[in-house]
Design a protein around this ligand. Structure first.
Ligand SMILES: Cc1cc2nc3c(=O)[nH]c(=O)nc-3n(C[C@H](O)[C@H](O)[C@H](O)COP(=O)(O)OP(=O)(O)OC[C@H]3O[C@@H](n4cnc5c(N)ncnc54)[C@H](O)[C@@H]3O)c2cc1C
Length: 630
């Protein structure tokens, strides 16, 4: 089974042509993916608009990274075609790199120059967007990074940190428009993002359906708003209901005077261990927690430090969030923040004025990114393959673009990329940094955005979000939902069951019980070795299982599918990530946060749970470490 005729052959072929020959389908044992092994049908359809050629990791970025890992750029290859000089090079144009660039733009001296390199065709990395045109209706959705809570207002942004600082510094509005749901319609509630319905306490804002399928021959039943009904409408046994309710209704059971105390007490065990050993809870709560944890951190409660769940809104370590709290999501998720950074740094990069509407919906002007003579230039489709200190006061950078190698002499370099790349790119990385980086675990993730011509089948069920149990014979995923889409100026997506919308599947790859590294290796293997048509088939089959009985018809109702594959989406905050019982100073991330000569490291992986404001803070910290070197 596959989706209907709406995806044009031309669109599909355009995406497919970006692929690089050979296929690994059917390969069962996890083993490293070799360069040139992604089939021509791997990448698939990319939608329309500025982001159509950059959804998730591109085949080119994957192939170059794997070539690096496999020693394909051996010592001595640095015979380059040209050499440029810059004061500062920032590798990585995600939010961490942009945080570094913003600090550079605030503090640079006259004449200073900075070049930013990124290996994707558009800036933003995990914070990018997909765009569809469904019968003339423009629809925008996140490729990954998704939503936020509006931070407290601050008077002095320069004295603040994290979300609050950049929110104020970039002038992001504090009020937004969403669609009203007419009182005359069947009552339905919507998440504004793709996470809110998974957060304890906030799920009440969404009409959430849980799909139960006790045996594979049965059709399955829907239980709607299960937490409000205290699970009374589910087919679960009394024991399981009681266990889940005990977990879900549990407020904060531990209080700590300082963060250091919390790290020492909680970072030595997983959330699952905390629930089952410390609180003597049955396993059902930890298992249900996986829905949110694996979607937000890459792996589930068996692999995540209990300390993280003290920071995130999770039962038993935090109190329920105030019911009036709401998440917010820009049309393209946190791509909206990236666009604010870019508009501030290179105003011509996005067409139009500095208004919120233009910043969010204006066209990207690639020709404005890399202009000679500008203090900040952004060069896309460029992978740094070697960074190393050279003569005193110099760092040499070699990058590859369109199959050619180029050189840069810089006074300082910020690696705003993850450890999975830095280990291979930074050639003179000291052993302590290598040892620290080798402790990091990176989890893959897949965001599948399905453009629908209508969502009548959801309205019939009385839901806008769905959750199902992967173990009950499902083909794909764990959750999906439609958002109440933000309205921005001329961008007015509908909220009507007979009109188009995007159904998003946020899909982790966790295998609870296996060692965390094995879970992520298996997940990456599946993510990289499954073709676009195979995912299309699995998603269509899953949608039929869930929604077939309420009238879903894949050929009629689906207008397009975009896969956003992130090979190293999340840094998994495993027990010990924050220093464990030994405390913060022993944490591997603290080693990486020290500058290595004229090279400093910035990536949101260092925060433990990845989030836009702390990502920018890592970039700002890295620039501050190097400011005297440029
Ligand atoms: C599915 C998903 C959902 C999320 N949801 C949220 C959310 O709701 N709210 C929130 O705040 N955060 C969310 N996040 C986290 C947030 O997206 C990240 O913390 C942040 O965007 C990461 O920014 P970064 O700059 O640290 O890294 P990245 O975005 O990874 O950027 C690094 C860039 O460097 C590039 N690069 C790597 N090596 C090289 C090289 N050698 N040469 C050139 N370029 C290179 C990478 O390809 C990438 O483009 C989510 C993340 C994911 C994956």
């Amino acid at each position: 089974m596959s989706f209907g005729p709406h995806i044009t052959r031309r669109d599909f072929v355009q995406g497919a042509l970006i692929g690089v020959g050979g296929a690994v389908l059917g390969c069962k044992t996890p083993r490293p993916i070799r360069p040139n092994t992604l089939g021509p049908d791997w990448y698939g359809y990319g939608g329309v608009g500025d982001y159509r050629l950059s959804h998730g990791n591109t085949p080119d970025a994957v192939a170059t990274a794997h070539r690096l890992r496999d020693g394909g750029f051996p010592a001595g290859f640095e015979v380059v075609e040209s050499i440029e000089d810059y004061d500062l090079v920032i590798v990585g144009a995600g939010i961490a790199g942009l945080g570094a660039a913003l600090e550079y733009s605030r503090r640079r001296k006259a004449g200073h120059t900075c070049l930013m390199l990124d290996n994707h065709p558009i800036f933003g990395s995990e914070a990018k967007e997909n765009e569809f045109d469904v019968g003339g209706v423009r629809l925008i959705g996140p490729q990954g990074s998704n939503g936020f809570f509006i931070p407290a207002a601050v008077q002095d942004p320069a004295g603040a940190a994290g979300d609050a600082r950049y929110y104020a510094e970039l002038g992001v509005p504090r009020e937004f428009r969403f669609r009203d749901w007419p009182a005359t319609n069947k009552p339905l509630r919507f998440s504004p993002d793709n996470y809110e319905y998974l957060v304890r306490g906030l799920e009440r804002h969404t009409s959430v359906g849980h799909f139960f399928r006790a045996d594979s021959s049965a059709e399955g039943i829907w239980a709607i708003d299960i937490w409000e009904r205290r699970l009374a409408n589910t087919p679960l046994t009394t024991e399981v209901r009681e266990a889940l309710l005990r977990w879900h209704e549990s407020g904060s059971t531990r209080k700590f005077a300082t963060d250091e105390q919390a790290v020492r007490a909680l970072d030595s065990m997983s959330y699952q261990q905390f629930l089952e050993h410390e609180l003597r809870m049955r396993p059902e709560g930890a298992r249900y927690a996986n829905l949110f944890l694996a979607s937000a951190c890459g792996l589930g409660s068996d692999a995540i430090s209990a300390y993280v769940t003290y920071q995130l809104p999770m039962p038993a370590l935090t109190d329920p969030l105030p019911p009036e709290l709401r998440r917010v999501s820009f049309p393209g998720g946190n791509s909206g923040f990236v666009r604010h950074f870019l508009k501030r740094l290179i105003p011509d990069a996005i067409a139009g004025t500095g208004s919120f509407e233009d910043t969010i919906t204006g066209h990207i002007r690639l020709d404005a990114l890399d202009r000679a003579g500008e203090p900040l230039r952004v060069r896309l489709r460029s992978t740094a393959v070697s960074v190393a200190h050279a003569s005193p006061g110099t760092v040499n950078v070699v990058y590859t673009r369109d199959g050619r190698l180029y050189g840069i002499r810089a006074k300082a370099v910020i690696m705003a990329t993850g450890g999975w790349m830095n280990l291979y790119v930074v050639r003179d990385l000291p052993p302590a940094y290598r040892e620290a980086y080798r402790q990091f675990i990176h989890a893959p993730f897949l965001v599948a955005n399905v453009a629908l011509t209508n969502w009548r089948f959801l309205a019939r069920l009385g839901i806008t979000a769905a959750i199902w149990d992967r173990d009950e014979g499902s083909d794909f995923g764990y959750t999906c939902n439609i958002r109440n889409p933000m309205q921005v100026g001329g961008y007015q997506p509908p909220l009507n069951p007979d009109q188009p919308t995007i159904l998003s599947f946020y899909t982790p790859f966790h295998h609870p019980g296996l060692p965390p590294r094995e879970q992520t290796a298996r997940g990456r293997m599946e993510l990289l070795s499954t073709s676009y048509p195979e995912y299309e088939r699995r998603i269509a089959a899953q949608m039929m299982k869930l929604f077939g009985a309420s009238g879903f018809d894949a050929k009629r109702d689906v207008a397009g599918l975009i896969l956003n594959r992130w090979g190293h989406a999340f840094s998994v905050p495993f027990p010990g990530f924050f220093g464990g019982a030994a405390g913060k100073e022993a944490a591997p991330r603290e080693v990486i946060r020290r500058a290595h000569g004229r090279i400093a490291f910035a990536h949101s992986e260092l925060n433990g749970w990845q989030h836009w404001g702390p990502a920018a803070d890592e970039g700002r910290r890295a620039f501050t470490q190097l400011v005297d070197a440029i």
